[in-house]
Design a protein around this ligand. Structure first.
Ligand code: E4P
Length: 227
């Protein structure tokens, strides 16, 4: 089970990298906008600096292209990889363009150039399977967005995982679009290799009243805490 953080908030990234919990970080244009980022490359470089500060492992950092055109996506992907100069750079390519045509050839070309791709905005198992066949290192199934279409998020994850395992595809499923604490567990149970978690759910996932009660009892018995 590999937890990623779904944010561009530097304070939160710093706070959670320190814990050793994270195996990756994902961003997208909406996340950057919500974090008040105006210069994405500067923000990504700051994230890389934090990663290097806290871990020797080049954990994955997903950065998304800002274009709809296949040629421009390829150009941006290569320039992001060069400019970031970070081993964990992962380029997010959406499965479809705004006209509904697929971006599988873009994924394939980047994969052939050994650029790690995270194919994002996958809603169905077939989209995710196709992206994995094209060579995406990661396929992102967006849990709550899947549910918004009336499909079952867990079923789409389960089927994708079955196919990845059956064909021994070297791709991992990232589940994003987490809107409830329990979505994390559902995603793992359905077969996600990775869940990318918005920061606010991590304290909720860690919280348990009995742990707090236990610590209180220990401190009382140690004479450190009064009644
Ligand atoms: C992550 O990689 C996705 O871009 C993100 O989780 C989407 O989340 P949302 O559906 O809440 O926008």
């Amino acid at each position: 089970m590999k937890p990623f953080l779904d944010t561009a908030d530097l304070k939160e990234i710093d706070r959670w990298l320190k814990t050793g919990l994270l195996d990756g970080i994902t961003t997208n244009p909406t996340i950057l906008k919500n974090a008040g980022v105006t210069e994405p490359m500067t923000a990504w470089k700051q994230i890389v600096e934090l990663i290097r500060k806290y871990t020797p492992i080049p954990i994955s950092l997903s950065v998304e292209v800002f274009s709809d055109s296949p040629d421009e996506m390829l150009k941006q992907a290569k320039s992001f990889v060069n400019e970031l100069d970070y081993e964990g750079t992962t380029i997010k390519i959406p499965i479809l363009g705004t006209d509904g045509t697929d971006r599988l050839a873009v994924i394939r070309e980047l994969a052939q150039q050994e650029i790690a791709v995270n194919c994002t905005a996958c809603i169905t198992w077939f989209q995710a399977f196709a992206a994995a066949k094209a060579g995406a290192k990661y396929v992102s199934l967006l849990y709550r967005r899947i549910m918004d279409t009336g499909l079952d998020g867990s079923a789409e994850i389960r089927k994708t995982r079955e196919l990845i395992d059956q064909y021994r595809l070297p791709s991992e499923i990232i589940v994003g679009s987490i809107r409830k604490k329990n979505d994390v567990l559902r995603a793992y149970e359905a077969g996600a290799h990775i869940v990318t978690i918005p920061t606010k759910f991590l304290p909720e996932l860690l919280m348990n009243k009995m742990s707090v009660k236990t610590q209180k009892q220990f401190l009382k018995d140690a004479g450190v805490l009064k009644e």
